[in-house]
Design a protein around this ligand. Sequence first.
Ligand code: ATP
Length: 254
Amino acid sequence: MPKSRKTPTFCKPIWGPPMPDAPVLQLSDLNAWYGESHILHGVDLRVNTGEVVCLLGRNGAGKTTILRSIMGLVDRREGEIAFAGRQIADARPETIARQGIGYCPEERGIFASLTVRENLMMPPVVAKGGISLDEIYALFPNLLERLSAQSGARLSGGEQQMLAIARVLRTGAKLLLLDEPTEGLAPVIVQQIARSVKRLKELGFTVLLVEQNFYFASELADRHYVIEHGKVVGEYTRETLKTRADELKLLLGV
Ligand code: ATP
């Protein structure tokens, strides 16, 4: 039997203006299920406005499930998910997107038969402030070179990843959830993606990413959470990542 939802303790109902002093995202005692499988067991974490925060952890730890829970894409979730201080844990995925959260899944979801430009024109601007195509091309110059010549299927993995992030930006998202953006990419492309994420941070976007590439993550992220068996088991800042490296290696099994 599902547990009855606890009364939210720190966040307001979804509809209304953002709460000025609240973190952009706060998860409290988040539990999630796929069918009967209980995957997240009381996740607590916070992402402040303008931060890049990374979820680290071994395979199957629950990192992707955290992103999917935030977007309302799991079978069941309980607990608090506050976006700018407003509870979204009961909202549907399209409502969550309209609030300004964009999700780039690991598989990227490019429309293979459409050109780059058509892919970029696909998402309706769902939240206020979707960025213009010119701004997209300034962030990802590779996409400008490929605008009409190529179908999505013929793009390289790196170009597909850039297109996936660009498409989310077109929706007006201010908080970006990126699932393993560097997976399978050559080091030179990983550097390009890192530059783009840094630029997004300078522009005021907030990023929560799942990453297996520790060097990419340590270069980019302000803070890191380590996930194990569906729980947060460690939190590291950019500085403590260095001083507590041995402890972290043990947690990650590297
Ligand atoms: P990875 O790095 O391997 O993607 P992860 O930390 O992102 O790992 P999740 O993908 O969140 O882990 O998976 C957490 C657990 O949930 C795993 O045991 C996985 O098998 C299970 N799981 C994931 N998706 C589903 C699903 N659709 N149905 C049932 N179980 C699932």
